[in-house]
Design a protein around this ligand. Structure first.
Ligand SMILES: [Zn+2]
Length: 191
C-alpha cells in the first residue's frame, strides 16, 4: 500500500500583502514508484535531504518529481534529482527537461494528477490513496490551512472563482490536504 511522507513542511511569511519568505512543502509518495511532489526552495535543501534520508530514500532513488506549478519556491532543489522524470502541467510551459502533462494521469496505482487551476493556469494537485487516508498535495491551489478554514482563494491568483472551484474539488478528493506552505490538515469534505 502507498505511503505518504511529508519531508519539508512549507512556510510563508507575510507582512500585509508583501511576501517576506516562502518555502514550499515537499512530500514523498512511496508507491510502485518513488514520487516527490515539489522540492521546496534552495534555502530548505538540507531539510529536504534530511527528510528523504529519514524516509530511507536517496535522491537517486526518486523516480518522478511532480511540480505542482513552476514558481521558484517549489522547484529550488530540482537539480538534486538529475535522473528523475520531472512533470508539470502543459499550461505552465515547462522548459527543457520537464515533461508537460495534459489530462488526468494515473502515475502509479492509487496516485493520480489533477488539474487544479486558479493560482496559476497550470496548477496541479496530486491525489494519493494511502493505507491511513487519501492525501491531496495541493501546491498553491491551497497555499495554507488558513485559505481552507476561511475559504479564501490564494492571494496570488488568475481567477478567484476558478481557484475556489479547484479548492472545492481538492476537498472532495481527499481526507488530508498538504498545502503549498504548511503541514497537512484534515479536509472539510462538505462545505
Ligand atoms: Zn506559487
Amino acid at each position: 500500500m502507498n505511503r505518504v511522507v511529508p519531508v519539508v513542511s512549507g512556510l510563508i511569511v507575510r507582512d500585509g500583502k508583501r511576501i517576506l519568505e516562502a518555502h514550499s512543502s515537499a512530500t514523498l509518495i512511496l508507491s510502485e514508484r518513488t514520487i516527490l511532489v515539489d522540492t521546496s526552495s534552495r534555502d530548505r535543501r538540507s531539510m529536504l535531504e534530511d527528510g528523504l534520508a529519514r524516509a530511507g530514500v536517496r535522491p537517486s532513488q526518486v523516480d518522478v518529481v511532480v511540480l505542482t506549478h513552476l514558481h521558484h519556491d517549489h522547484m529550488g532543489n530540482l537539480d538534486l534529482f538529475p535522473g528523475a522524470r520531472k512533470l508539470a502541467r502543459v499550461e505552465e510551459s515547462p522548459g527543457k527537461g520537464i515533461e508537460p502533462v495534459a489530462g488526468e494521469v494515473e502515475l502509479s496505482t492509487g496516485v493520480s494528477l489533477m488539474h487544479t487551476p486558479g493560482h496559476t493556469e497550470g496548477s496541479m494537485s496530486v491525489v494519493a490513496r494511502a493505507a491511513d487516508a487519501t492525501y491531496v498535495m495541493a501546491g498553491d491551489a491551497v497555499p495554507t490551512r488558513d485559505n481552507h478554514e476561511r475559504w479564501l482563494p490564494p492571494g496570488i491568483n488568475i481567477d478567484p472563482q476558478l481557484a475556489l472551484s479547484s479548492m472545492e474539488r481538492i476537498c472532495r478528493a481527499g481526507d488530508v490536504i498538504v498545502p503549498g506552505h504548511g503541514p497537512p490538515f484534515p479536509s472539510r469534505r462538505e462545505r
